[in-house]
Unconditional design. Structure first.
Length: 100
């Protein structure tokens, strides 16, 4: 996967929703400077943050990474979960795996 394709998809979804990158970062619990740094350097964010982006942008993580349009199915699952609960869950999971 080309890393910049991930960010191109993120930017397209942000534009499609008519919001700013700053608002997107804030809604996902990511500092704007970190968000911009990842984007500028072509860094894929940690799983929890990438997942938070996909939830906020109403697309699947698979779409952001591989371009596969599974977001319709994913949107149905999202209706049953609070975004902040998902972010907290994935951050806790990531911390357990990394031993923090």
């Amino acid at each position: 996967m080309e890393i910049y394709t991930f960010w191109k998809r993120v930017k397209n979804q942000i534009k499609k929703r008519g919001i700013t990158q700053a608002k997107t970062a804030m809604a996902c619990g990511i500092s704007y400077n970190t968000f911009r740094g990842w984007m500028a350097k072509g860094i894929i964010p940690p799983l929890a943050d990438a997942h938070a982006l996909s939830l906020f942008l109403d697309v699947s993580l698979d779409y952001l990474i591989r371009g596969r349009r599974t977001d319709i199915i994913y949107a149905e699952r999202k209706k049953n979960h609070n975004t902040l609960e998902w972010v907290a869950y994935f951050r806790e999971s990531a911390e357990k795996v990394s031993g923090r």
